[in-house]
Write a protein that binds this ligand. Sequence first.
Ligand code: CTP
Length: 248
Amino acid sequence: AGPPPPQDLAGRALVVSAGGTREPLDPVRFLGNRSSGRQGCAIAAEAARRGARTVVVAANVDAHVLAGLEPEGVRVIPVGTALELGEAVRGEAAQADAVIMTAAVADYRPATVSASKIKKRGMSRSPDCGATPARRVIELVENPDVLTGLVADPPRRGLLVVGFAAETGDAAGDVLAHGAAKARRKGADLLAVNAVGARTGFGDVPNSVVVLDSDGREVVRAAGSKAEVARTLVDLVARVLDARVQDS
Ligand code: CTP
């Protein structure tokens, strides 16, 4: 073990959302995503080690990922859907100094949730689905944007709001261009942008993030393991919170 971590978050309360929401279609199926919750849990563990009272709002995070939080004294609130996550985050944020939204929140949910298992309909006669496989349509409705809601209507004065954006480059622009546009659109104090592709970002692989301010300007870069990225981000959060106290 190295030297004890600085207690630069002593007396602070942090909320971290982690994992990926699941939006039910019926009792056995859902629309979900591949977010593991590892980055959020690494941030929460680091914040707790540095003295913050820390709670993780965990959307479908595996028990073995959550296991790392218990020794650090992090409280865990398990949630399933985007609506549940939003309610838990807002509730906790009312007593917090900062909210870090690492969770991958579903932008849409199925418009209706069937009380019983949805049956396969219109089975084609040929076992290989025939030349034209049958199609089904799932209607979706928009979920509230939790992050934007925290910015527009903060549950506590002076709340520091940090977002995460997983981006891929495409014809419309590179990862950073998309990230900067999102930073301005979302208006969070800080937005950590990370490039995701087939082999980066999600899962147990090294990360690389660029943190932007609400004008889309670069504040800091972090790369390495999720623990290293967590350290850099927690450093930044501690610095920004300290600066706010001095300002007020
Ligand atoms: N987020 C949120 N509520 C939502 C969707 C996203 O709070 N309904 C938060 C995420 O936790 C993350 C940030 O917003 O901190 C960015 O999420 P992302 O999915 O990249 O943003 P979107 O607005 O959904 O952008 P895109 O058009 O790229 O899907």
